[in-house]
Every structure is written in C-alpha cells, then in structure tokens.
Design a protein around this ligand. Structure first.
Ligand SMILES: [Zn+2]
Length: 262
C-alpha cells in the first residue's frame, strides 16, 4: 500500500474496445493513470476499455479491474474528451487514500458485470427496434433522445401522433415489436467510412455526424441502420418480450415509454 501519488495526465483518448467487440466481458488493459478527483472519487484511466461509460442514453457498466494483488471495484464509468474514467474503490482498502501501488504501464484484467451489461444492451436494442417499428407503422417521425436506463426507458420523436390515434398506435407498436423480436434478426455493429455508413442508414446520416469521421453503425437485419455508440444484443430475438407502457405527446414531441421482460 502506498500513499496517493500525483495524478499522471491521461491526455490520449481511451480505445473503446466494445466498439469492435461488444460481447467481450473480460479483457487485458494497461494502466495509464490513477488519481483522486476533487470530491474524493478515485479514477483509473486505461489505454483501452470494455467498460461502457454512461452516455448515449445508456448507463455505465460496472465490474472489476484486477492487478496482481488487488481488485478495484468499478462503480461508475464516465468519458470526457475521449478519455474514459473508471470510478470506484479498492477492495479491502485501508482508507485514507491507502491503496496498492499502481504504476503507469502496469497490466491489468478488466471484467464487467455480465448481468447488468446484458440488461443494458437489451434495453438499448429495444429502443432502436421501436424506431424501426414506428417507421413500419407509417409514423415518419424523426428519432430524438433515447433513455435506455432500467428505471423507465423511453424513446422520443420529433412530431406528434394525433390524440385519437394514440391508443391504437400503442397497441400496434407493441404487437409489431414483439413480432420482430420473435422473428429475430442478426445485429450488425461496426465502424464504416462515412459514405458507406450513410448508405447503411438509408442514404443519409444526421447532421451532427462529421463528414470526415468513420461512424459506428448499428443495423438490425435488413432494416436501415443508425449511428450509435452503445452496446446491443447479438440478435433481435435476445431482446425478450417488449411492452409499450405509454405514448405521450408534449410540446411537439412524442415520447414512447417501454419495458422488457426481466
Ligand atoms: Zn443507440
């Protein structure tokens, strides 16, 4: 155990290993820095990570970073300027900043909580599936914010459904989603050159995607894809039973709330 060391600057962006392999639950990594932030939170920065940081409507992964003689319990993960910060505490730490010696360059093993990840992926995929179902039902509303947290997930669309159609659309949406889930479809997730990405997304990408970027696209079977940085199921069938709990229209925005079977 050593006293707190001066924070090492972690300037280089963290390689997001889940971008290429969403299903890796365990992987090696190298420590870039360990530091205590204002407020006392301890953060570990690595060269690469399989931990999904909170963002894009998806909660952070939790899990463990292990060294030769210690375990760091990851309770929260955030990303800032491309650098991923793993927040948590050392198991059996003696308090007062007492912690194992952790040097830059040290090899560690990452392991994420598989149950939590699986639920988050199913919830995120369910949100995307609802986008396709909205289109299939002739509701050409532009997808907006998605909230794929377990405590009341929802997807929002710019535009409205007439009030007298809400009940019908809610029932149709749920029926359609469950039909697609029982049919199943392979989920493709990969990074593409801009032009190719646009093609996979029905010809155009949203304006916030830079033309000199290589967007990461998520695509369910034959449906048009869309840019996404989150984690997903391997097959649409893995989402499980979906319930549309409500559709509400407010200030020109339609909000579809949903839940999935545990
Ligand atoms: Zn997404």
């Amino acid at each position: 155990m050593a006293a707190a060391a001066a924070p090492l600057r972690a300037a280089s962006p963290t390689r997001l290993a889940y971008f290429d392999d969403m299903w890796a639950l365990r992987s090696p990594a190298t420590v870039l820095s360990l530091h205590q932030e204002e407020g006392g939170r301890t953060a570990v920065v690595l060269d690469a990570t399989i931990f999904h940081p909170q963002g894009g409507g998806q909660p952070a992964d939790t899990g463990v970073i292990s060294g030769a003689a210690w375990r760091f319990l990851v309770e929260d993960v955030r990303v800032k300027d491309g650098v991923v910060f793993h927040y948590g505490r050392f198991e059996d730490a003696g308090g007062d900043g007492c912690r194992p010696e952790l040097d830059k360059g040290q090899s560690v093993t990452l392991e994420i909580d598989a149950g939590r990840r699986s639920l988050n992926s199913r919830l995120h995929s369910a949100g995307h599936l609802l986008d396709s179902c909205m289109t299939n039902l002739g509701l050409q509303l532009e997808p907006g914010k998605g909230y794929h947290f377990p405590d009341g997930p929802s997807v929002e669309y710019k535009g409205v459904i007439p009030p007298d159609q809400l009940q019908d659309k809610k029932a149709q949406l749920e029926k359609q989603a469950n039909e697609l889930i029982s049919k199943g479809a392979k989920v493709l997730v990969s990074v593409f050159p801009y032009e190719e990405a646009a093609k996979l997304c029905g010809g155009a990408l949203p304006g916030y995607i830079s033309q000199d970027s290589t967007p990461r696209i998520v695509k369910f079977g034959e449906y048009p894809g869309c840019p996404c940085g989150g984690t997903h199921v391997a097959d649409v069938a893995d989402i499980g039973n979906l319930k549309v709990t409500s559709i509400r229209v407010k200030k020109g925005v339609t909000k579809v709330s949903y839940s999935i079977s545990p």
